[in-house]
Structures are given as structure tokens and as C-alpha cells.
Design a protein. Structure first.
Length: 286
């Protein structure tokens, strides 16, 4: 891969305490992302929507949008905001739809106590706990051929890979994919070559790992804590990067900490798969 010739630059003036979950909407050619702590869903048209905090992710669905809140998923379209609870989840974190539209959600303890997080698959009511005992269940992604799933439990300092079955959403064979140094692995995005872009919390950079787990690009960003990334733009070659208003190791805040950043990259990535919400999981709004 040819590395980006530019460095990520801010593309929005709004400052998020904990910006996360960028997602490109191919229906409107626009971007949405969340500020977890404030419960705001930001739109690249300049608007924002207030939800009950924390709001950890925003997901395009087959007929609109859904948001992941502290311990439930809510539908944002139509009358009311019908919701499905997520059982023992203390605080939801990263979430994405897999290539079949099943919703996967990482959770964590409200106070970040190790071992109380999990990886959930929302393909029924209740959700299925796929992996238990996580610290901070984070970045999710799938290989272009949909045979592998990538997942991050941030405190482990590594990216894991699992064999993935598109037919039923089952996974097996969890194993290390790459160890991360220079920061804590957070959100990720998989490009069309099957390489992983990973945001490094506290590392002031994004890493790109080839499908064999080799680090081939280090992309500096002028903030201490990038949190996640997603492909967007007309040709899906713009990498949008959310960041946190978080100090560096010396207690200093970068001028653009918490802002949405973007950079052009040589290899595009796929648009997100719309989430297919479980039939019957969302009660009719009264």
C-alpha cells in the first residue's frame, strides 16, 4: 500500500468529550457519529440529536436508524423510540452490523472493572453472549470474504481474529491477530484489501495491519486519543476518524482533541451493512 500523503485534519468544529462510532450513510452521502458521554448523535450536515447518555453507537438499519445506549438498543425512526434491553450489559460500547446485518455489541463494566464486559450478538431476544469476561469490548470488523471476524478487547493490547460463519453468525477459533504497541487499540475499520485500520487510544496514531497481521502503516494524528474510524466519501476513500477530548501523557490537550478528523487513503473500504433488527424485539410504540 502507498501510505497517505497527508495527515488527518479536523473537518468539523464540534468537540466531543468521547467521540466514537463514525458511520457513513450511502443513502444520503453523509456521516454520523456519537459523543458517548453527552448522548449526542452528530450529523455531517451540522445537526445533532440528543439521546439519553451514554450513547455508544449509531447504526443504519434496513429502514432507518438505531442507536445503542447504556443497556439497550433504540429505534430512532417512526413514532416513539421502541427499545430492546440487553440483559446483563452494564454499559454498551462499540457496535456494528456484520455482513448479514446481525448487530454485534461490545460491553464493559460501568466503572471499567476488568472481566465484566462481553461481546453480544443481537439476533434474537435476548441477545446471545458470544464471549464473556472482556475488559472493554471494542473494535469490530469482518474480512472482505466474510470468513473472518476481528475483535478488540482493549486492555489485552491486541487484535483478535475468529473464524466467522455468515450463515448463522457463529464464531470459533479465537486467536491473536496482532499485538499493538504505542497505544491501546480501540475502534477499527477493514479496507477492501482486507487490511485493518486501528485507532490507538493514547497513541496519537492509527495503524494499518495487512491481512497477515503485519504493521505496514503508522498514520500520526495531532491528538492524543483517536477512538475509531470509518470509510466514507463518494469513492469511500476518505477515512473519517473520531477522537476524544482527552489529554496526552503530560496532561495537555491538543487544540483539535475531540473533533472529527479525515484523511484520504489509497485503498477504499466497504460501506456499512444495514442492521437487520430482530423481528418482535422492538414492541410497538404506544
Amino acid at each position: 500500500m502507498n501510505s497517505p500523503t497527508a495527515t488527518p485534519a479536523p473537518v468539523d468544529d464540534r468537540v466531543s468529550g468521547l467521540g466514537e462510532g463514525p458511520v457513513w450513510d450511502v443513502r444520503t452521502n453523509s456521516l454520523r457519529w456519537v459523543d458517548i458521554r453527552s448522548g449526542l448523535v452528530h450529523h455531517s450536515d451540522g445537526s445533532s440529536r440528543q439521546l439519553p447518555p451514554p450513547a455508544s453507537a449509531i447504526l443504519p438499519t434496513t429502514d432507518g436508524w438505531a442507536a445503542v445506549l447504556r443497556d439497550r438498543v433504540v429505534r430512532l425512526d417512526g413514532p416513539g423510540e421502541a427499545a430492546v434491553p440487553l440483559g446483563r450489559a452494564e454499559r454498551c460500547n462499540d457496535a456494528k452490523a456484520d455482513p448479514a446485518g446481525r448487530v454485534w455489541i461490545g460491553t464493559m463494566a460501568g466503572d471499567e472493572t476488568p472481566g465484566r464486559g462481553a461481546l453480544l450478538r443481537l439476533d434474537g431476544d435476548p441477545a446471545t453472549e458470544v464471549i464473556a469476561g472482556a475488559g472493554i469490548a471494542n473494535g469490530l470488523g469482518w474480512s472482505p470474504d466474510a470468513r473472518l471476524m476481528y475483535w478488540i478487547d482493549t486492555p489485552t493490547g491486541r487484535i483478535d481474529v475468529l473464524d466467522y460463519d455468515l450463515a448463522d453468525g457463529s464464531v470459533r477459533g479465537r486467536r491473536p491477530f496482532a499485538s499493538v504497541s504505542g497505544g491501546w487499540p480501540d475502534g477499527l475499520a477493514v479496507d477492501d484489501e482486507g487490511a485493518l485500520w486501528v485507532a490507538l487510544w493514547g497513541g496519537g496514531a492509527l495503524h494499518r495491519y495487512t491481512p497477515d497481521g503485519r504493521l505496514d502503516t503508522v498514520l500520526p494524528i495531532a491528538v492524543a486519543s483517536p477512538t475509531s474510524c470509518a470509510f466514507g466519501g463518494d469513492d469511500l476513500r476518505t477515512l473519517y476518524i473520531t477522537t476524544a477530548h482527552h489529554p496526552d501523557e503530560h496532561g495537555r490537550f491538543a487544540p483539535d482533541a475531540g473533533r472529527l478528523h479525515a484523511v484520504r487513503v489509497p485503498v477504499p473500504g466497504p460501506p456499512p451493512t444495514p442492521a437487520v433488527l430482530p423481528v418482535g424485539a422492538f414492541p410497538a410504540a404506544e
